[in-house]
Design a protein around this ligand. Structure first.
Ligand SMILES: *[C@@H]1O[C@H](CO)[C@@H](O)[C@H](O)[C@H]1NC(C)=O
Ligand SMILES: *[C@@H]1O[C@H](CO)[C@@H](O)[C@H](O)[C@H]1NC(C)=O
Ligand SMILES: *[C@@H]1O[C@H](CO)[C@@H](O)[C@H](O)[C@H]1NC(C)=O
Ligand SMILES: *[C@@H]1O[C@H](CO)[C@@H](O)[C@H](O)[C@H]1NC(C)=O
Ligand SMILES: *[C@@H]1O[C@H](CO)[C@@H](O)[C@H](O)[C@H]1NC(C)=O
Ligand SMILES: *[C@@H]1O[C@H](CO)[C@@H](O)[C@H](O)[C@H]1NC(C)=O
Ligand SMILES: *[C@@H]1O[C@H](CO)[C@@H](O)[C@H](O)[C@H]1NC(C)=O
Length: 527
């Protein structure tokens, strides 16, 4: 008997707040929600304790009857209502808090923090329909302390400056933003609104989109008697699917210097200084392989027709570039091309070139061109002291540009934010995906228990469920403390333990069958 009847499986995409009440998803305000959840969660421990007590007592006296008694108790207390709760509301008890420091030297606003908190949360609830509780912990700080690194390298700092117009600036290289406000905006008390706008529209927008209730898709099975929820990342992004089931994902980063006859570079050193910290932090998700290469310019003749339309036709006559691009088109799709191209290779032919009305050459700066999912090209002036050699110091900006390319390639949210903040946003998004995935694994167990009503339910299955529920509560605590990295690691552990259990029960195929079937069907509907 199949776990689900594929014919009744349909795609339903709607806001959770349209779900009828009896299906137990309640869309009330986040405060009462988070208040109601700990109450339920606390229900886990007594059951667990009862189980333990029974096992211990029975174990001491009558080993033979343990199984029977145990069997009965465990079946009776199998936390199915609890499971249903986590299946139907995979992320509603989550509360994330992101710390943000600000300095406002010209004026004192005693209630700014509170006003921003209320506006920000209100906006996420009413306008963005966020399925979980997401807030910023705005705290007063000082720019000197920020510059001295006292707030950590991953905490956003906002400097607020009195100006003749309202404006916003976000630094893509550092965890830093500026907000310019006018006297008039103070009179009309618009500052909290501007800060909210800065956070919700510029800093965290793309991350928040992943938490919108629209992104949790409800799947109905068995004549609509059962349902679970799936995150749309999982359905739409094959890499997310791999991350959920079999991390890490293999990614190759290929750093190439063109013009090997004339130039050399300290790429490994630059990589270690600038990119290694991120690579190390992401190693639970991605297995990076690095290739460092210098390539001589090729004289091959390439016709415009033979190259694909992603390569800018304006750059066809730059020595060696189109040739390199052509030869790379058959590379593994999980390879990111990071190409370094000294301006000097072009002998001035590059001077007046524009791509998408952007000047490729600048007399004073290096430039950077992204090409879809292929990678990017960094165009650089030669160093003054030693024109043929690029030191690690000279490659710093290039490394930042490459980190942007890599993060874009991996679909990290929000390309106008600093790399470390993008990493954290991605980690939080993945935690949400893992939690949704976890609730799907619970769903498989729940279905199996229901249909297998007459057979023996192994006590270790229940213990595993309860243990992973405890891990889940640690995930939530870490997330609330702003520790996205440890939260993610804990999530991976939680999911892999439950997945291992499904494997032992011979149910591992069911999750993938279920997902594959759904993905196929979703794709068919989109055509
Ligand atoms: C941020 O600081 C931590 C230590 O506080 C360090 O381990 C980490 O490498 C730094 N990350 C970056 C990207 O500089
Ligand atoms: C499915 O539900 C409909 C309406 O509730 C009912 O008429 C039908 O018999 C059900 N089918 C099955 C296979 O249970
Ligand atoms: C990554 O590469 C290794 C070795 O080539 C392979 O065994 C593994 O299955 C790959 N992982 C994924 C997720 O493709
Ligand atoms: C990581 O990639 C390397 C090189 O492709 C491979 O040998 C190794 O098995 C991979 N590791 C994992 C855990 O996939
Ligand atoms: C550019 O100049 C170098 C020497 O300065 C020369 O060897 C090379 O052929 C020139 N390339 C082009 C495309 O004109
Ligand atoms: C670029 O444009 C400037 C001014 O329009 C002109 O003087 C120069 O010769 C041009 N350079 C090339 C390489 O075409
Ligand atoms: C019910 O459980 C037994 C024992 O674990 C297993 O062999 C059987 O395949 C299960 N039946 C279904 C329909 O999953």
């Amino acid at each position: 008997m199949p776990l689900v009847d594929p014919v009744t499986m349909r795609r339903r995409r709607r806001r959770l707040n349209e779900v009828p009440k009896e299906q137990s998803v309640e869309e009330d305000d986040s405060k009462t929600q988070s208040a109601s959840v700990p109450g339920r969660r606390r229900g886990v421990s007594p059951i667990f304790l009862i189980l333990l007590a029974v096992v211990a007592i029975a174990g001491l006296f009558r080993p033979v009857s343990v199984r029977l008694y145990n069997y009965y108790i465990r079946r009776t207390y199998f936390p199915q209502t609890l499971m249903r709760y986590f299946i139907e509301t995979p992320v509603h008890d989550i509360s994330m808090t992101v710390p943000v420091y600000y300095e406002c030297a010209d004026f004192q606003f005693p209630d700014l923090e509170e006003a921003v908190d209320i506006q920000f949360r209100g906006r996420l609830r009413r306008k963005e329909y966020i399925a979980l509780s997401y807030g910023v912990r705005l705290q007063k700080g000082e720019i000197e302390k920020y510059n001295a690194g006292e707030y950590g390298n991953d905490t956003l700092f906002i400097k607020m400056l009195l100006s003749d117009q309202n404006a916003i600036y976000v630094d893509g290289a550092r965890n830093y933003a500026e907000l310019y406000y006018t006297l008039q905006s103070i009179e009309s008390n618009d500052l909290p609104f501007f800060v909210t706008q800065l956070l919700a529209d510029y800093c965290f927008k793309e991350e928040l989109q992943h938490y919108s209730e629209d992104r949790f898709m409800k799947l109905l099975y068995n004549n609509d008697t059962h349902f679970n929820l799936m995150h749309s990342d999982f359905i739409e992004n094959p890499r997310t699917r791999t991350l959920m089931s079999d991390p890490p994902v293999n990614i190759t980063l290929k750093f190439t210097l063109l013009g090997a006859e004339q130039f050399s570079w300290d790429i490994q050193e630059a990589f270690q200084d600038e990119l290694q910290p991120y690579a190390r932090r992401l190693s639970g998700l991605f297995n990076f392989t690095y290739l460092f290469e210098r390539e001589a310019l090729s004289n091959e003749v390439i016709s415009e027709k033979s190259i694909d339309d992603k390569f800018p036709v304006e750059l066809m006559d730059l020595p060696g570039l189109a040739q390199y691009y052509m030869n790379s088109l058959n590379d593994d799709p999980n390879l990111v091309h990071l190409v370094f191209y000294p301006f000097a290779l072009a002998n001035g032919t590059i001077e007046n070139k524009t791509v998408d009305s952007r000047q490729i050459y600048s007399a004073s700066e290096n430039t950077f061109l992204k090409i879809g999912n292929w990678g990017s090209i960094y165009f650089s002036h030669s160093p003054k002291e030693n024109p043929a050699h690029f030191t690690a110091e000279k490659l710093k900006d290039c490394m930042w540009s490459f980190s942007e390319t890599i993060m874009d390639f991996l679909d990290f949210p929000n390309d106008n934010m600093a790399p470390i903040l993008r990493v954290e946003m991605f980690e939080r998004v993945m935690v949400i995906n893992y939690l949704t995935c976890y609730s799907n694994l619970l769903f498989v167990i729940d279905m199996w228990v229901k249909e297998n009503i007459t057979s023996y339910i192994d006590g270790s299955t229940i213990d595993t469920v309860i243990y992973t529920l405890e891990l889940r509560s640690q995930v939530l605590t870490l997330l609330n403390e702003g520790n996205s990295y440890d939260s993610l690691i804990m999530c991976q552990k939680m999911v892999s333990i439950l997945r291992q259990k499904l494997f032992e029960l011979g149910l591992q195929g069911r999750t993938s069958d279920l997902f594959a079937q759904y993905v196929l069907e979703a794709a068919a509907q989109e055509v």
